[in-house]
Design a protein around this ligand. Structure first.
Ligand code: SF4
Length: 147
């Protein structure tokens, strides 16, 4: 299973902010540090702000900050939120492809759903704070431009 780019970017932003302390980096600083395009980072930041995982203040003295909800957020919950919980295979077809002929009675479909849920569930107990423990946290600080 391959994650959407936006899911990975969301986790990168959360990780960077989890080690930021009181420095409140800007979206541009985070995007530069985490090597992601600014426009992608800005969209992800807006979504994370909407979910209450970070705050974003404009202007002098502003910047991004992880909320307590963001620090304790489950990685599984973040991944579910950005990935959605649709089928990993497009059984019902798209505007340009017909539904799979087995879609109404397919055991593989159920097995894949189970595997997808197991994947998410394995990430549920892991928090954002957990994934910036050493050696990741010190590395994140080392690669980030100082504000
Ligand atoms: S074989 Fe089953 S899982 Fe695969 S596309 Fe068809 S309905 Fe979906």
């Amino acid at each position: 299973m391959r994650l959407l780019r936006s899911t990975d970017l969301a986790l990168r932003v959360l990780m960077r902010l989890a080690v930021a302390g009181d420095s409140n980096p800007t979206t541009r600083e985070v995007s530069t540090a985490m090597d992601v395009p600014y426009t992608h980072a800005a969209k992800v930041v807006a979504e994370l702000q909407h979910r209450g995982l970070l705050t974003a203040r404009r202007g002098r003295g502003g910047g991004l900050a992880l909320t307590e909800k963001g620090r304790t957020a489950s990685v599984g919950a973040v991944v579910r939120a950005f990935e959605g919980e649709g089928d990993v295979v497009d059984c019902e077809g798209t505007a340009t492809s017909a539904p799979c002929p087995l879609s109404s009675a397919c055991r593989l479909r159920g097995a894949l759903r189970g595997a997808q849920e197991a994947f998410f569930a394995s990430l549920d107990p892991v928090t954002v704070a957990d994934i910036v423990a050493a050696p990741t946290g010190p590395l994140l600080l080392g690669i980030s431009p100082r504000p």
